[in-house]
Design a protein around this ligand. Sequence first.
Ligand code: PHE
Length: 388
Amino acid sequence: MEEWRRNVRRGLSLLALVVLLVGHFPGCKSPPAKEIRIGLITPLSGDVKTFGESVKNAFEVAVEEANAKGGVAGMKIATFLVDDKNDPTEASNAANFLINQHGVKAIVGSVTSKTTIPVSDLAQSLRIPTITGTATNPKVTVADGKRKEYMFRACYTDSFQGTVMAKFARGTLNATTAAVLYDASNDYSKGIAEVFRDAFVRMGGRVTAYESYGKDDVDFSALLTKVKAAKPDVLFLPDYYNKVGLIAKQAKETGFPGALIGPDGWDSPELVKVAGDAIEGGYFSNHYSPEDTRPEVGNWVKKYKERFQQTPDALGTLAYDATNMLLEAIRKASSADPGKIRDALASLSGFEGVTGKFTMDEHGDPIKSAVIIQIKDGKQKFLQVVNP
Ligand code: PHE
């Protein structure tokens, strides 16, 4: 009995020692070289799962490339990943967890605007530099007219994107009337709907229907009947691929004859799977096209395809740029100090990414062009570039 107790006690203290060692040197049997911890917040489940997967893939490629070259500023990069399920509360918990439990010095994420806005507020109050590749809503980097100094992004904003699509509808499609359907509970959807409406009216067009739905709605027939009666030339759908797919399908069933147009949220191979041919001929604004002939794009597409057997979407491509921007800032700061990394990020200029060469403006938003894509034969076809 005594012997048994002693063994248990010995076992327990051995366990405690192992826990202690693991705590100090995560994932390593011997003490590691210097490391810097960075976190990734991305939706790996929920309604925009394809977004999260692309972002995770691209983040991993960028980090592996840097580690293969010996890390940054003499430090290996250790990564910690959390799935936010595209839910704002989960996203904010994820940021808290990464910063307070894992001690990350910087974060890449999150992916959509509604989850990135709470993450950016936390990053700002805890002073952890954070960069999103993809969240386009203006509130990501600014709150009540004040810049969140610790927050950055690698994409243009919805003020630009919404205007681009209004201009495209008026100028290229010669639309004189437009209808808008948006999700009133989603900052991204609501924000871009307003920008599009105001820009379209400013350009001399008329908005004949402007209607909202809720986040869990699946039946849009009543709204679409109203839209059809308003006889718009185009219907603007600022939402993500799953919702857009459903609405497009029902619009076709209602016999809506106009063109469907939208923003970057359409970018997923799932869109055509959900909508079928109801989305055929539709147009949306995006951040890059794999058909771009610049060598940076060609190299990236080749590398990504070899590894993941698919063409990288804009989300993965922006996440690759965002991660590389952060790594470049750590290199420039030559330090794991969050304040120094922040300053280096703010002063990045002429950064050469896959999505273009760009410089941060005073809000931490890069100045860069958009591309317009058309869905043709069920595939994304590059149409034109629009400069700011
Ligand atoms: N811009 C979207 C948002 O802010 C996310 C997104 C980016 C979706 C790029 C598709 C492509 O929520």
